[in-house]
Design a protein around this ligand. Structure first.
Ligand code: C2E
Ligand code: MG
Ligand code: MG
Ligand code: MG
Length: 285
């Protein structure tokens, strides 16, 4: 008994945890309510198709509109949701909201593919995949409607399982993207069997492109590699025009970043669309 007590005391000693324990406990308990009570909200960040300078895609990014604490960024609660088994509920909420938004933008005449970020937990079994497939069928969405962004890290965790589930999603008409590409330490051998359409180069390689020669080398070789593998490329984190034009010249398909637009609430995004100098992808009818 005594030994066990000691062992436990030894195990729980983690100053990092102590420091944030209260905050984390608070967030864990209220996250469940936040999901149930619609305290979450989506911001939308456009992606620019460089070949014809058209806004053709948008990424949905979740925030928590907390009644007392204000707007909480996803980095502050996604990992809590992951550790406390709430990722399924959270991603379902996000997916449902993003699909509704897609449908209403279609009605307004905008033909803009919407990207949803999914976690490792969402591709461990078919529970989430079956949910998103059923939503797609219910709303009769086309195969160009939805992109699912999954981090390189999530895929490498259990590559075999991930490959199986991603194949399943691809068969059902979803576009699949590897997010934060270049940060997950995956080898080419691991990635070459993945049934994805797109690599999304992490912003750490893109942010300083216009001045950093080694970033240029990395991005250029990633583009060549991806294109040789038949994959499309998105660069995230573009913060200046030099980087944008350089990426266009290198044949990068899509660009995203503060230079084009920050993530915006839906109504602000609609105003942005009315005023942007870029073309907008519109429905045919
Ligand atoms: P991500 O999917 O890689 O999203 C890009 C993040 O970079 C966003 O932060 C965006 O605001 C930020 N960003 C975009 N352009 C620029 C730029 O030019 N410069 C800089 N410095 N930053 C830029 P955000 O919205 O705080 O999201 C952070 C991360 O949280 C996301 O990274 C994603 O991994 C995760 N996340 C967001 N929403 C969801 C969600 O609904 N589900 C899951 N599972 N994860 C989400
Ligand atoms: Mg993303
Ligand atoms: Mg990313
Ligand atoms: Mg990222």
């Amino acid at each position: 008994q005594h030994a066990k007590k000691n062992k436990q005391a030894y195990q729980v000693y983690d100053p990092q945890f102590d420091q944030h324990a209260v905050e984390r406990l608070f967030l864990t308990n209220s996250l469940k309510q936040a999901i149930e009570q619609d305290e979450l909200t989506l911001f939308y960040q456009p992606k620019l198709r460089l070949s014809d300078m058209t806004i053709s895609h948008v990424e949905a990014l979740v925030r928590w509109q907390h009644p007392e604490k204000g707007l909480i960024p996803p980095d502050a609660f996604i990992s809590i949701a992951e550790k406390t088994g709430q990722m399924d509920a959270l991603t379902r909420w996000v997916t449902n909201a993003a699909v509704s938004q897609y449908v209403s933008w279609q009605k307004m005449g905008f033909d803009i593919n919407i990207a949803i970020n999914i976690s490792a937990a969402n591709i461990m079994d078919k529970s989430y995949p079956d949910y998103v497939i059923s939503l797609k069928e219910q709303h009769q969405l086309s195969d160009n409607a939805i992109t699912l962004e999954v981090t390189e890290e999530a895929v490498v965790e259990d590559a075999q399982k991930a490959t199986e589930i991603l194949c399943y999603l691809r068969e059902h008409g979803f576009k699949l993207s590897i997010d934060d590409y270049g940060t997950g330490y995956s080898s080419l051998a691991q990635l070459k069997h993945l049934p994805v359409h797109e690599l999304k180069i992490d912003r750490s390689f893109v942010q300083h492109l216009s001045t950093d020669e080694s970033d240029k080398i990395i991005v250029r070789s990633t583009l060549e590699l991806a294109h040789n593998m038949g994959l499309s490329v998105v660069a995230e984190g573009i913060e200046d025009e030099t980087a944008l034009l350089w990426l266009k010249a290198q044949g990068c398909q899509l660009a995203q970043g503060y230079f084009i637009s920050k993530p915006l609430p839906a109504d602000v995004f609609e105003q942005w669309i009315e005023n942007t100098p870029y073309h907008i992808s519109r429905t045919k009818n």
